[in-house]
Design a protein around this ligand. Structure first.
Ligand code: DGY
Length: 340
């Protein structure tokens, strides 16, 4: 009997040591955006004890000193500087997604907090949305989504995607995936990027490098923004750039709302300087109900859904966990974002 109890006590204590008790604490900014993260949160719970921001804020003294990692998503309450003093043991902010424009990396680093993101895994789903927006906008898919009516010949005419020219600004992982998809539509691909891609990369998708952004704007039927938001790219597309685009052109934005001067865009859409815009990102998100962009018929807006698939969300969460575990263990973080 004694042997039985000792054995079970050993099993129980080792389970507790490996399991619940040994799990580091993590603060999670929100659980449940569209239920997607909620459905995948088990990935985090396997390795961390989590406390939601809302619960944490009710009693910050309770868990604050224990929290070593913070899981963060764009468009959800970012790590407020005022929060950070409540988290003296914080080692890492593991961001879900590739854009980290909402985080002040040098400041966080100066506090001893590292930042990590999830490049690569977001690219396919985000490129799919870019093409989805492009197609929907070109062919009036949303405007004509009414099975009770028939569109007569000559009404709501779209523009041809096959064989058209797509200019991609920002040819990182996501931009390149967009180019691959464009190739499937026999599109002529132009791109503008800080660094030119290799000749092999260009040949694989038939892309031509435009060192001069103006050339790309003038020649493209579809201009797709796929760059990271930085001080240099903030407001990159404004009055002058829009005026260079074709009156038949569409602007697709899957970057960040601040990449575009929205007032200039409203004017360009109202005056027919460009045909349409299709935006997965706006500033702010969501737009206030009385925002002029929402009253225009030639704009299509989705709600920052670039990465919102079950498959991609799980991949993102797994990568966030791997980044956070490495940071907590004091190891090299696989996808640390270093201050420039
Ligand atoms: O930055 C990204 O990867 C996406 O915008 C996710 O939010």
């Amino acid at each position: 009997m004694l042997g039985f109890l000792v054995k079970h006590f050993q099993i129980l204590s080792s389970t507790l040591t490996r399991g619940l008790l040994s799990k580091p604490w993590a603060l999670i900014s929100e659980v449940g955006r569209n239920g997607l993260i909620k459905g995948s949160i088990d990935i985090v719970e396997q390795h961390f004890q989590i406390v939601c921001l809302k619960d944490f804020l009710q009693n910050p003294q309770l868990h604050g000193p224990k929290i070593q990692a913070m899981f963060q998503w764009y468009a959800l309450p970012a790590a407020e500087p005022s929060l950070l003093h409540l988290l003296p043991s914080l080692k890492v902010i593991a961001n879900g997604g590739v854009g980290i424009d909402h985080l002040d990396v040098p400041y966080l680093n100066s506090l001893g907090v590292k930042v990590a993101n999830t490049p690569g895994v977001v690219s396919d789903a985000t490129a799919d949305i870019a093409l989805g927006l492009l197609l929907a906008s070109a062919r009036n898919i949303v405007e004509t989504f009414d099975p009770k009516t028939t569109c007569l010949p000559g009404q709501l005419m779209g523009v041809e995607v096959t064989g058209s020219t797509m200019g991609i600004i920002g040819m990182g992982n996501i931009g390149y995936k967009i180019a691959q998809r464009g190739k499937g539509f026999d599109m002529k691909i132009l791109y503008h990027n800080r660094r030119r891609r290799s000749v092999e990369d260009e040949q694989a998708v038939g892309a031509r490098y435009c060192e001069c952004l103006d050339d790309l704007l003038k020649e493209s039927d579809f201009v797709v923004l796929a760059f990271n938001l930085t001080p240099e790219t903030t407001g990159l597309i404004s009055h002058r750039e829009l005026s260079l685009m074709r009156p038949t052109a569409t602007l697709v934005n899957i970057s960040r709302g601040l990449a575009v001067d929205q007032d200039a865009l409203v004017e360009a859409l109202q005056s027919g300087t460009i045909r349409t815009a299709a935006l997965d990102v706006t500033e702010p998100e969501p737009l206030p109900r009385d925002h002029p962009l929402l009253s225009l018929l030639n704009v299509l807006i989705t709600t920052h859904i670039g990465t919102n698939t079950y498959t991609t969300t799980r991949k993102i969460l797994q990568m966030m966990v791997d980044n956070a575990l490495a940071a907590v263990a004091g190891q090299a973080i696989p996808n640390e974002v270093k201050a420039e």
